[in-house]
Design a protein around this ligand. Structure first.
Ligand SMILES: [Zn+2]
Length: 143
């Protein structure tokens, strides 16, 4: 795994599994390894609010093309409704844990801007099905 150069961005993703079917930590790690030869993300936020560290913050993830060298990747469980349609399926526990995790990370990396995967330039995805840049306006750097 490559070392992370700096943390300029904290990028939020969803697993894109149906929210009524659990997606295990083992499954998430296995998917990354099958696709990229390593785990893709730094943190996993489960439906019950558990925060699972996956990669050390000192190494690169594989979650956002062109930005892996300077970003941390956080992924929440869900992102599709029961019918399989992209939706913000975060539970209250997930919302709370995401906010607490981001609060800790932005204290550690004050220059880091929080963005959703879909908010990056040239990304035609719905992931993570909400607008982190707006929702976490109070945690963003001044400029
Ligand atoms: Zn994504």
């Amino acid at each position: 795994m490559k070392p992370l150069k700096s943390v300029k961005l904290i990028i939020i993703h969803c697993v894109a599994n149906k929210c009524n079917r659990p997606f295990s930590v083992e499954n998430l790690i296995a998917c990354g390894k099958a696709k990229y030869g390593q785990c893709s993300y730094h943190y996993y936020v489960r439906r019950n609010g558990d925060i699972i560290p996956l990669l050390p913050e000192s190494v690169q993830g594989v979650h956002a093309r062109h930005y892996n060298y300077c970003s941390l990747g956080i992924v929440y469980e869900g992102g599709l409704d029961e019918r399989g349609v992209a939706a913000d399926t975060r539970t209250e526990a997930q919302k709370h844990s995401l906010y607490e995790l981001l609060k800790a990370l932005t204290a550690e990396y004050p220059e880091a801007r929080i963005m959703g995967h879909c908010e990056l330039p040239h990304v035609a995805k719905k992931c993570p099905c909400y607008r982190p840049s707006i929702e976490y306006a109070d945690l963003q750097p001044e400029h």
